[in-house]
Write a protein that binds this ligand. Sequence first.
Ligand code: ADP
Ligand code: MG
Length: 729
Amino acid sequence: MSKFRFMALQEVASHKPLEVTAPSEDISNYYGCHVFNRKNMQRYLSEQTIEAIDKAINEGSSISLEEASLIANGMKSWAKDNGVTHYTHWFQPLTDGTAEKHDSFIDFSKEGQVIERFSGKVLVQQEPDASSFPSGGLRNTFEARGYTAWDISSPAFIVDDTLCIPTIFISYTGEALDYKTPLLKSLAAVDRAATEVCGYFDKNITKVTAQLGWEQEYFLVDSALYKARPDLCLTGRTLMGHSSAKEQQLDDHYFGSIPSRVTAFMKDLEIEGFKLGIPIKTRHNEVAPNQFELAPIYEECNLANDHNQLIMDLMKRLAIKHNFNVLFHEKPFQSVNGSGKHNNWSLTTNTGINLFAPGKNPRGNMLFLTFIINAMVMVYKNQDLIRASIMTATNNRRLGANEAPPAILSVFLGRNLTNMLDKLEKEVSNSKMTPEEKTALKLGIGRIPEILLDNTDRNRTSPFAFTGNRFEFRAAGSSANCAAAMIVINAAMAHQLGEFKRSVDAMIEQGTNKDEAIFKELKRLIKSSKSICFEGDGYSKQWEKEAEKRHLTNINSVPEALLKYEDTAAREVLIGEKIFNSAELSSRIDVEMEKYVKKIQIEARVLGDLTINHIIPAAVSYQNVLLDNVVKMQSVFSEEQFEQLTCKRKELIVEIQQRIDRLKVLVEEMTEARRQSNALTSIREKAKSYSRNVDPYLDTIREHIDTLEMNIDNEIWPLPKYRELLFTK
Ligand code: ADP
Ligand code: MG
């Protein structure tokens, strides 16, 4: 066996479950101990300072430098009491993952002594040399200054010996260079627009908060095997590998018992997650072998997103400790299910109402219907923008595979709610409604909670499914920053609610009674956008045809999908709601295009190298064994016997030769396609060219390699196989 693969397999055998000891106290005792939360603030800050923080969070008031200094001092004392020596502004640039630059607390005092200092100024703002972060041309390297500014709404936390302060990251001229800045803007926009619409129903509603509950899917691979697969190390996915005879056909992994090595990892993760105040709730096996899921209790969207970023980082680090590598790639293995990150999204009010849950009375139900219908319309009008927010080189490998939503957006509402909308559409008359009609309508609406109670149909194939009290957006990729989708969904919802309010107000101004105006607008909205609703199998071929008939859009190319960020409808939402300015939006597309190009470029390079350095030499070795054998046969058998006995073997020798030749040609062609694409100066044209001319080679080359894997002596094959990668426990 190839030495490399053999050693890796041997090493796997030595990997035993680690002993993980949880703190002996109740979870509630140590939960959040690494977070500068209320409990810790109360110990280290005065009541007055805490009040200032609350006011800044709830009312958006600013923190004075004096207050910031007091907070910084308290934070430092708390951190030092927890063994912390360094601090960092923790931010989310437009790469995969987070960024941090650690500085120690030490400083010189006036007298030249070393002291520990953490000032309010440093807490509030920093200027990391950020020239190497993607900016899509917003910031030239010679004017590299970008700065990070404290996000007071997300609490500081401790990782190892470092105090981490969540921050936004913007250019010196104020343009956003990260995910958090536009996310915060979109959350403010949806708060504003939703609160105004709520005003029709309940004047006590003064704030609406977007909630997010993410479900994180991932794979674990033994680290010894991972290291023996250059493609996994460098691209996060297997660029080759014949499917294993047994994979997920028996459905024996999903919700099955969790292997003990994995349980140890999960336990460790939960303990560390709890310390960071991440409310991890659920863990289970997913459909594919070695695939798992983790989900917390939902939280305010910005905090939930920080927690997702934080946990992904924690998972990577803890997995290594347990001799695993965690794969967040959306499609690490071709023949089994890929990984998504479901975004469960809802809107809640300061009065404790979930706007996507039916109310207690007809009025509450009208509020519910208003928000459900506007959400449906929001998806209908923004299919292209929503798709753009989740399209990446990696997620594109998963979308439209047998187990993942296609690149078509649709909304699942469930049978009962759909019937309710049908009724609403029919019963609201265009002319002035009679008192009888109004009563009938109110009666129907009053029954919503009952009908939803037995709403047990759970469609798992819909990209945007209503699940009783929230929408679950399932097309987001497992490696993505949730903010990418959440920015768009919250901004688009804000925009739709704004339009709704303007239409209703116009009718009221014309003398229509408020309720009637609302009903009429809802009816019009249902009629205009119900083609987005689909209750059937979203993974089926028929749906693709049906969606086309309904004029729903379906875009499979990443660059084409990304360009939709800038079409008229998208600009109305993103620029109209002041989430981005024109330059920011355009640069964001360029950043995404660049990421796409680089990912495909790396994959193409790695595949080229592996083909030439690993696969072809292995094929030649085995071909030599066969040739040797044939030559020896000739010396032993009569000519007639020889021909008969070796004819299949010779065929195999020829086939191997043909595939080797073909592989060489394909790799050369792919390299040439890359060269030509690289010569293009516009990043958008480059991305299109990579998608059209380079990407297709990845699959074609792989096909030859996977067939060779089946034909070549197992002992010679250089890379760990799917059966090894997916089934080592
Ligand atoms: P399933 O796999 O059946 O979709 P899970 O329990 O794995 O369900 O995940 C559901 C996710 O939805 C959890 O993160 C949960 O906290 C979240 N969630 C539940 N209710 C809401 C809500 N009202 N708003 C947002 N997220 C919610
Ligand atoms: Mg789910």
